[in-house]
Design a protein. Structure first.
Length: 271
């Protein structure tokens, strides 16, 4: 039986959801097919060589332990340790530079600037969001008025207009395969989620980013907002340790998700 080191911070305090409940349930389901041991992210580098693969799940924002995370990924790459998610992600795994890149390449992303000369190209808005390229859970995020945009130092930051969106929606994938979608109908309550039935256009939107990321093994969450004109715009491509809100998905969706994850892990450990 293949062995998995399941990396999670069961004590992490997240706003509006309990990460630990999801990992207790999901690791239990994986135990139906694998030998599973849970560890804190700070212990992963020292333990990973004893297992067939490492599964990085709800480990909390890595910026809280950036040095240890960098050491883990460096050692895993150098020694060929199998990691789920694969350490090749181009989304949040690599910082938020991808939002600048995708915006400049014309992808349906919230318009994003990273240089002063790009500020004037941003759409008119009452306020702008300024956030770190290396950030998570709104750490370091702030809002500025248009008149004060020139005071923003763009070094290590990105700037976006604060869009009065209708709602946020998340699309969940295992590998490149769509699993389910959830949305927050109230923009002021990001984690009060309900099931969402995506249209074909919605799925094509989300699939475009997943295909661009080309992640070999892992879980991805495509977060988007519905703009006032009805267009979906990418908010975030979470490919490091996305929270899954599995308790809010339907039973059939949960079972399909677990089956897809087991299949991907089987493929990974035999690669």
């Amino acid at each position: 039986m293949a062995t998995l080191l399941y990396v999670t911070d069961l004590g992490y305090q997240a706003r509006g959801r309990r990460y630990c409940d999801e990992d207790i349930w999901l690791s239990g389901r994986l135990r139906e097919e694998f030998e599973v041991a849970l560890c804190h992210p700070l212990d992963a580098a020292g333990l990973m060589h004893r297992f067939d693969a490492v599964v990085v799940r709800n480990s909390g924002p890595v910026l809280h332990y950036q040095e240890a995370y960098d050491a883990f990924t460096r050692a895993a790459r150098e020694s060929g340790v199998r990691v789920f998610n694969s350490l090749t992600g181009k989304g949040d795994m690599a910082g938020k530079d991808y939002l600048l890149r995708l915006s400049r390449e014309g992808f349906p992303v919230i318009p994003t600037a990273g240089r002063r000369e790009e500020f004037d190209r941003l759409p008119e808005a009452a306020e702008y969001v300024v956030k770190p390229l290396l950030g998570a859970d709104s750490v370091g995020l702030r809002f500025v008025e248009r008149s004060r945009l020139g005071e923003v130092d763009p070094a290590g930051m990105l700037v976006q207009p604060r869009i009065p969106f209708t709602y946020e929606v998340s699309f969940y994938f295992v590998g490149a395969a769509f699993q389910y979608a959830l949305y927050a109908p109230d923009p002021e309550a990001r984690w009060v989620l309900q099931r969402y039935e995506p249209t074909l256009a919605d799925l094509e939107f989300a699939q475009r980013f997943v295909d661009w990321n080309d992640l070999a093994h892992g879980i991805q969450r495509v977060d988007a907002c519905r703009a006032p004109d009805g267009e979906l715009l990418l908010v975030e491509l979470e490919d490091l340790n996305p929270y899954l809100s599995l308790d809010l998905a339907g039973e059939a969706e949960r079972e399909a998700f677990v089956a897809a994850m087991k299949s991907s892990l089987r493929e990974l450990v035999t690669s």
